[in-house]
Design a binder for this molecule. Structure first.
Ligand code: SF4
Length: 196
């Protein structure tokens, strides 16, 4: 599947918030047009080794938002960024969403670390992992192969079966409450019950 999260969860929400705050500072309503003399530059932290990800210099949704790629302009690779963090005594470990399919047990945040530090997040990730395959089965979403969060391409709950069983029992109520909250949000947004 093509990664959608960078756009959907990071770039677009930041653009929407920037628009909201600029309009508010100008004393305008959120639905009003942005004045013609306003432009916003958004820095995107793609590294030089991610240069192929650059495909636009202007936001598709908001034409007054221009995109800039400072790390690429400076030819800085991911390793250069990590070195910079090390040289300046900053944490250099990558942060990731708890459900990131790029989680692995060698770099960045690994599943074991999530299980130990945020077991409820692990249970939530198992839920999403299962739902994704349920959605794929319906054929409503175009996916080229069967999706798995775990790099070994097995269900996440089967990759860590004991942890899954143990924490599912402990966090049963919390998980149900969280699922209900999401179903309510989706129901409110789309006017119908959404599920795989
Ligand atoms: S950490 Fe993973 S899931 Fe989260 S936005 Fe990045 S690629 Fe997507």
């Amino acid at each position: 599947m093509p990664p959608q999260c960078t756009g959907d969860f990071k770039i677009v929400p930041v653009q929407q918030m920037a628009r909201k705050f600029v309009l508010r500072d100008l004393g305008l309503k959120p639905t009003q047009r942005m004045p013609k003399n306003v432009g916003i530059i958004m820095d995107i932290g793609f590294s030089y080794d991610e240069i192929k990800r650059i495909n636009q210099y202007q936001a598709s949704q908001f034409k007054y938002i221009y995109l800039s790629y400072p790390l690429v302009e400076e030819n800085l690779t991911t390793n250069d960024s990590i070195q910079f963090l090390k040289d300046n005594n900053m944490p250099d470990k990558r942060s990731r969403c708890y459900l990131c399919p790029f989680n692995c047990d060698t770099t960045g945040v690994d599943w074991k670390e999530i299980i130990l530090s945020e077991p409820l997040s692990f249970i939530k990730a198992c839920f999403f992992d299962r739902e994704l395959r349920a959605v794929q089965k319906t054929g409503r979403k175009n996916m080229r192969s069967i999706p798995y969060f775990h790099y070994s391409r097995i269900p996440l709950e089967e990759a860590y079966p004991e942890d899954f069983r143990f924490f599912s029992a402990i966090y049963k109520q919390e998980l149900e409450a969280w699922k209900q909250e999401w179903f309510d949000i989706l129901h409110q947004k789309y006017g119908k019950r959404i599920s795989a």
